[in-house]
Design a binder for this molecule. Structure first.
Ligand code: BDR
Ligand code: CA
Length: 313
């Protein structure tokens, strides 16, 4: 089967970085058309720089990286240096990128690509706030029906929030954008905290990355070393959750994941629960299903896949 064409929309972020590396290491299943950066974990100048640092780490200097929206649709930007460090990629010592940032705005690139490619052949993979995607949908509504699928990391239900008691970071940062995307009618697969908190880098798994003895393996081990301190302290968990790589792993091996096709709505009004993904897991409403909400993962299978693929870079 031909590889799936994807655009990765991202705010790197150590876990975004691993998601990108996994995609770039998997050309049989995934063709990365381009990477679009958005403000999220850190401001846009850093996310657009970090995306290029990761491409260079992977030895893929021909990937086109575009900078997009520098703030949410209608709110001030909330960032997460408390999790990812000042640069967003704290941990390894990686050189500044030499590869250029594309001149075109990420939103224009998303619109142009969906206009140009055959309908139903491009999948969007958002790993950060949904600002770029929602802006593209608002500006060029005709592209919406051309999207093959959206596979995104965001939201939480049983696991509740990580940035507020009710909301997960990516959705909380730009709830209006998330609302537009979830109401778009596009086929959506959601990787919420309910599943990503089961994808934990335990010590043996991190040793597995380091044992690759490659620049990529060592950098990923150092990234997760840094990233894990926050979750270990907060949740008492065994290591760092690899949120965003669940998205790219799903494209390669969907059988690693289980979920339900349900209705998911975004809270945009309440101050208390702003950005909550209200997931009708038990089907207690007659609201139509609009997303596949993932809850289960074969974590060993996921880490085997990830380690095998990272070894290729
Ligand atoms: C999400 O927020 C960011 O901190 C991570 O990169 C991930 O995309 C997890 O809530
Ligand atoms: Ca992210």
């Amino acid at each position: 089967m031909a590889p799936r064409k994807i655009i990765i929309d991202t705010d790197p972020g150590q876990d975004d970085a691993v998601a990108i590396l996994l995609a770039l290491a998997s050309p049989e299943e995934i063709e990365v058309l381009g990477i679009t950066a958005v403000a999220g974990n850190v401001p846009l100048d850093l996310t657009s720089k970090n995306a290029r640092i990761i491409c260079e780490l992977a030895g893929k200097v021909d990937v086109s990286v575009f900078a997009g929206c520098d703030r949410p649709l209608g709110r001030d930007l909330v960032t997460a240096e408390h999790v990812h460090g000042k640069t967003g990629l704290d941990g390894p010592d990686l050189p500044d990128p030499m590869m250029p940032l594309q001149d075109q705005h990420a939103v224009d690139y998303i619109i142009d690509t969906l206009d140009t490619e055959d309908a139903g052949t491009v999948t969007l993979c958002p790993l950060g706030p949904l600002t770029n995607i929602a802006t593209a949908f608002q500006r060029a509504p005709e592209i919406v029906e051309k999207v093959q699928q959206i596979v995104l990391m965001g939201g939480a239900y049983f696991e509740v929030g990580n940035i507020t008691p009710a909301a997960e970071f990516n959705i909380y940062v730009d709830p209006e954008a998330a609302d537009i995307v979830f109401k778009s009618g596009v086929d959506i697969v959601v990787m919420p905290l309910d599943v990503t908190h089961k994808a934990l880098v335990t010590k043996p798994r991190n040793d597995g990355f380091r044992a690759l003895k490659t620049p990529v393996g060592v950098a990923v081990a150092e990234m997760t070393d840094f990233f894990e301190r926050f979750d270990k302290e907060k949740y008492g968990s065994a290591g760092a959750p690899l949120h965003d790589p669940c998205v790219t792993a799903y494209l390669i091996k969907p059988g690693l994941f289980t979920g339900r096709h349900i209705n998911v709505e975004i809270e945009t009004a309440s101050e208390l629960t702003l950005g909550m993904t209200v997931a009708d897991w038990w089907g207690v409403t007659d609201r139509p299903a609009n997303a596949t909400f993932i809850g289960g993962i074969d974590a060993d299978g996921f880490f085997d896949l990830l380690t095998d693929r990272l070894a290729r870079l």
